[in-house]
Design a protein around this ligand. Structure first.
Ligand SMILES: [Zn+2]
Length: 80
């Protein structure tokens, strides 16, 4: 089981978190998104990054971390 706190592995651009991906399978094809919170701005202007937690239906691994602003689970959309 791998759970990355903060989601910053240092392997990519330091300001852009990685999109969800199964480290074991090397693909996002089998991911089941358990929880997703889109990024938002607080009244004071502070930016709260998007986060997602997910498990892999193929190997069973679980992870959760910040995700890019542009990322959203497949089929997910705003009910605004
Ligand atoms: Zn997997």
């Amino acid at each position: 089981m791998t759970l990355t706190i903060g989601g910053r592995s240092g392997q990519s651009s330091p300001d852009v978190p990685n999109a969800p991906d199964c480290q074991s399978c090397g693909t996002d094809q089998f991911l089941i998104v358990e929880e997703f919170t889109p990024y938002r701005l607080l009244p004071g202007g502070q930016r709260v990054p998007a986060t997602a937690s997910y498990s892999c239906s193929r190997c069973g691994s679980f992870s959760g971390h910040e995700v890019p602003d542009s990322w959203a689970p497949v089929g997910w959309f705003w009910y605004a």
